[in-house]
Design a protein around this ligand. Structure first.
Ligand code: GDP
Length: 295
C-alpha cells in the first residue's frame, strides 16, 4: 500500500528514474540478494516502505514473524544503503513505537519513556531498532538517514483480509458484505472505545516527499492528520459511506489494544505540510477501490 502510493506520487511529479522491485523479484529479508541489488543498481535515494505489517490480531498471533522479518528487511536495506553510498534514506516506522500510556497527542519525545502496548510490541521493537540504526549511521558515519513515524494508514492496496488487516480496511469489507447479504448486524472487535488517528496513504506519500526535500535531522518526526476518532464512530462512519444500515455488535473477546494513539504533528506542520484528504472522502475513495479491485 505505502510503496505503491509513493510510486504514484513520484510518477505524478515527473520522476522517471524510479527503481522498484516487488516481493517476487527481490526478497528484502535475503541479505545477499539485497546486497547484490544495491551493488548493481546503486540508488541515490532510498525509501524503506517495505515491512511485514498487520492488524491487532496478526501482530498478537505472530510476534516471531513480525520481529524477525522486520529486523531482517530493515537491517539488510539500511546497511546496503550505507555500503553503497546512498545520499539520503527515509525509514518509515509506526505510531505503535510509543508507550501504551504516552501523553496525547504523542510528541516525538515520548519514545522509550514507558512500556509498549503488548499486542504490537514485537513490531514496535523492530521499528524502534530500525530508527535507532538510522540514527546510529548518522552519528557514527554522518549518513543522512531520517525516520518518520506515520499514524494508522489506509487507502488503495490496503490488506482487506479480515484476519490480518487493520481496522479501517476490515470494516469496509465487513460493511460491504453485510450490505450485500442484507444482514441485520455487523460485528466489530473490542469495545469501540479505543481512539485511533487515520491518514490516507496518498497524504503519507506527499509527506514523504516533503521530508526527503526539507527534513534533515536524525530525530524522528511524526506524520499524522492531527485528529482521532473512536472505533465506534469510525464504524458508524464506514457503515454510512458503504450504505449498511443494520446494527453494530461488539465482540469484546477481541482485544482493544492501546486506548488512544494520536500523534503530535507540530514538527511536521512547522515544515508547511498538512493533509489534503478528509476521513470521509478517504473512506469513500478506498471503498470505491475495494469494489473495483477486491470483489
Ligand atoms: P492497532 O491500531 O494496532 O490496534 O490496530 P488495528 O487497526 O488492527 O485495530 C485498531 C482497533 O480497532 C482495535 O481496538 C481493534 O480491536 C478495533 N477493531 C474493531 N474491529 C476490528 C476488525 O474487524 N479488525 C481489526 N483489525 N481491528 C478491529
Amino acid at each position: 500500500m505505502v510503496g505503491s502510493a509513493i510510486v504514484r506520487r513520484l510518477e505524478s511529479e515527473g520522476f522517471n528514474n524510479l527503481l522498484t522491485r516487488d516481493h517476487s523479484q527481490l526478497d528484502l529479508a535475503n541479505e545477499s540478494a539485497v546486497a547484490k541489488f544495491f551493488a548493481e543498481e546503486r540508488p541515490t535515494i532510498v525509501i524503506v516502505a517495505a515491512a511485514k505489517v498487520g492488524g491487532i490480531k496478526a501482530n498478537d498471533d505472530f510476534p516471531v514473524e513480525f520481529l524477525l522479518e522486520n529486523l531482517q528487511i530493515q537491517n539488510n536495506v539500511i546497511r546496503s544503503a550505507y555500503e553503497n553510498d546512498v545520499r539520503k534514506l527515509l525509514f518509515l516506522g509506526s505510531s505503535c513505537i510509543y508507550p501504551k500510556f504516552a501523553p496525547q497527542p504523542i510528541p516525538e519525545t515520548a519514545l522509550l519513556s514507558g512500556p509498549l502496548e503488548p499486542t504490537n510490541e514485537a513490531y514496535a521493537i523492530a521499528k524502534i531498532a530500525g530508527m535507532k540504526l538510522c540514527q546510529a549511521y548518522w552519528h557514527e558515519f554522518g549518513r543522512h538517514f531520517i525516520s518518520a513515524m506515520p499514524t494508522n494508514l489506509y487507502g488503495p492496496n490496503d490488506n482487506f483480509d479480515l484476519e490480518t488487516s487493520h481496522v479501517l480496511a476490515a470494516l469496509i469489507r465487513k460493511a460491504h458484505e453485510a450490505k450485500v447479504r442484507k444482514d441485520q448486524k455487523l460485528t466489530v472487535w473490542g469495545t469501540g472505545k479505543p481512539r485511533r488517528e487515520f491518514l490516507h496513504v496518498d497524504d503519507l506519500s506527499s509527506a514523504c516527499l516533503l521530508l526527503l526535500e526539507k527534513y534533515d535531522s536524525p530525530e524522528i518526526i511524526n506524520v499524522g492528520c492531527g485528529e482521532d476518532i473512536s472505533i465506534r464512530k469510525l464504524s458508524e462512519l464506514i457503515c454510512d459511506v458503504v450504505g449498511f444500515d443494520g446494527e453494530l455488535a461488539w465482540d469484546t473477546s477481541k482485544p482493544d489494544g492501546t486506548p488512544r494513539k494520536l500523534l503530535d504533528v507540530t514538527k511536521l506542520r512547522a515544515l508547511g505540510w498538512k493533509p489534503a484528504i478528509p476521513l470521509r472522502d478517504g473512506i469513500a475513495r478506498t471503498y470505491e477501490w475495494f469494489r473495483a479491485n477486491s470483489v
